[in-house]
Ligand binder design. Structure first.
Ligand SMILES: [Zn+2]
Length: 233
C-alpha cells in the first residue's frame, strides 16, 4: 500500500521545536521528557515512522504566521520575520534533499517517476517524496513574490492558519478575505499554484473559491479535493 499524507509540518517540527526527524518518535519523546511546554513529549512524526507507514509522498509545509500579538512559537512580529523563518524551513528541506532523504516533487512526471521507483523498491532505497506547501501565506510579502516562491518549489498555498493572516481569516475567527487577499489569489492563478482552503473561515473560504474560480476560469475540482483534507493542525 502507498500512503500520501496531505499535511505534515516537518520543517516546523525541526526548526521551531528543535526535533531531529531522523530519530524515532520514542527517542524524541524521551529527550523532551520533563519539558513543561504544551505538546512536548507528544510528537508523532519521524522519517522512520513515515517509512513504516509507507508514506511515499506527503505535502510538507512551510509554517510561520505574522501576528504581533501572538504568544506562540509560530507567531512572528512581522511578515518579514515570518518570511525569513519560512526560508529557513525551506533550507532544512533542501539539506535533506541533498542527503537524498527527501525528494521534492515539483511536477506530475516527477511524482509519477517517484511512485514507480517507490513501488519497484518497496520504498527501501527511495527518498521520501514531498510536495512543498505553505500553511498560511504571511511569509509571502506581496503578490509580486509568488513567482520566486514558485521557482523555489512551492506548489500549494493556504491563505491563513489560525487567526487573521495578511490575506484572509482563518481558524477560530470569522471574516472574509482582507484587502490584500484577492491580489494574492490572482498571482497564485498566474503562477499555477494550488489553493489550499484548509483553515479558512467560512466567509473567506467562499470568497476564495469564488474568486479563484472566476479568475482562473477553471474547474474548482482541485480546490474541493483539498477541502476534503481540511485539517486542524
Ligand atoms: Zn500544519
Amino acid at each position: 500500500m502507498i500512503v500520501i499524507d496531505a499535511h505534515l509540518d516537518l520543517s516546523w517540527n525541526a526548526l521551531n521545536w528543535n526535533r531531529d526527524l531522523n530519530m524515532t518518535v520514542s527517542e524524541m519523546r524521551s529527550l523532551e521528557a520533563g519539558m513543561n511546554e504544551k505538546a512536548r513529549g507528544n510528537n508523532t512524526v519521524s522519517f522512520s515512522e513515515m517509512r513504516k507507514g509507507e508514506v511515499a509522498v506527503c505535502l510538507a509545509t512551510l509554517l510561520a504566521r505574522s501576528n504581533p500579538q501572538g504568544k506562540t512559537m509560530l507567531d512572528f512580529k512581522s511578515q518579514e520575520i515570518a518570511c525569513a523563518m519560512a526560508q529557513g524551513q525551506l533550507a532544512y528541506y533542501r539539506i535533506l534533499e541533498n542527503q537524498r532523504q527527501l525528494r521534492r516533487l515539483d511536477e506530475w512526471p516527477a511524482l509519477e517517476g517517484h511512485l514507480q521507483e517507490w513501488k519497484a523498491s518497496n520504498g527501501s532505497s527511495c527518498p521520501l517524496g514531498f510536495i512543498l506547501s505553505m500553511e498560511g501565506a504571511d511569509p509571502i510579502l506581496s503578490p509580486q513574490q509568488v513567482p520566486s516562491w514558485w521557482e523555489e518549489g512551492l506548489r500549494v498555498i493556504g491563505l491563513a492558519h489560525y487567526g487573521v493572516s495578511a490575506y484572509a481569516h482563518g481558524t477560530g475567527c470569522e471574516g472574509g478575505l482582507t484587502s490584500r487577499g484577492p491580489g494574492l489569489l490572482k498571482a497564485m492563478e498566474e503562477a499555477g499554484m494550488v489553493l489550499d482552503v484548509t483553515h479558512l473561515a467560512d466567509e473567506s473560504f467562499w470568497q476564495a473559491v469564488e474568486l479563484f474560480k472566476v479568475t482562473a476560469g477553471r474547474s474548482c475540482l482541485e480546490i474541493v479535493s483539498l477541502q476534503m483534507t481540511r485539517s486542524v493542525t
